[in-house]
Design a protein around this ligand. Structure first.
Ligand SMILES: [Zn+2]
Ligand SMILES: [Zn+2]
Length: 173
């Protein structure tokens, strides 16, 4: 899920949680966005550059490799450890950070499930032929044509298309 979408949804959750968390509401909010810094850190270490631009370009490619080490803070092991440390130290701050992280990872899980479903449906509809070049392709890639402004409409099939690897790379220019 894109950062802007996380911002929107975390913002909405923060508004809902405001009556309970009051002035502490910014802690889970910042955590739920900040967790993605692991992507940047991975890129910085792997490509030896601190450029945020280069990192964004890397992950906006047609079909960037999905590696566990890009998502260190998203891993169950990391979250589980944080859980135990929070329980051990009874730190309210850690609990709030963990809440933000879990909210983010939950949204990512929904996103991945929806994208898989769309890819399967559209690939079957296309008969595994790239609609752009007509080439038969075992594993077509899902490409987002447009982003719905309304969250409810985000995973509407009308916003997506499946393409072969070449056409997908071309679509991302
Ligand atoms: Zn194609
Ligand atoms: Zn794409």
């Amino acid at each position: 899920m894109r950062i802007q979408e996380h911002l929107k949804l975390s913002g909405a959750a923060a508004v809902v949680a405001l009556p309970w968390l009051k002035q502490e509401v910014w802690i889970p909010f910042v955590a739920s966005i900040g967790i993605d810094v692991d992507h940047y850190l991975w890129h910085a270490v792997t490509y030896r550059t601190l450029s945020l631009r280069a990192a964004i370009r890397y992950f906006r490619r047609a079909d960037p490799p999905q590696l566990a080490q890009q998502r260190l803070f998203h891993q169950p092991v990391f979250l589980g450890t944080l859980f135990f440390v929070a329980a051990w130290t009874r730190s309210r701050l850690l609990w709030l950070i963990l809440a933000g992280f879990v909210f983010h990872v939950g949204l990512d899980a929904i996103h991945v499930t929806q994208m898989r479903r769309l890819k399967r449906t559209l690939s079957e509809q296309a008969g595994h032929m790239c609609p752009e070049c007509g080439q038969f392709c075992d594993t077509l890639q899902l490409h987002t044509v447009s982003y719905a402004r309304n969250v409810v409409d985000r995973y509407n099939v009308a916003h997506f298309v499946v393409l072969c690897g070449d056409c997908h790379a071309r679509a991302h220019g």
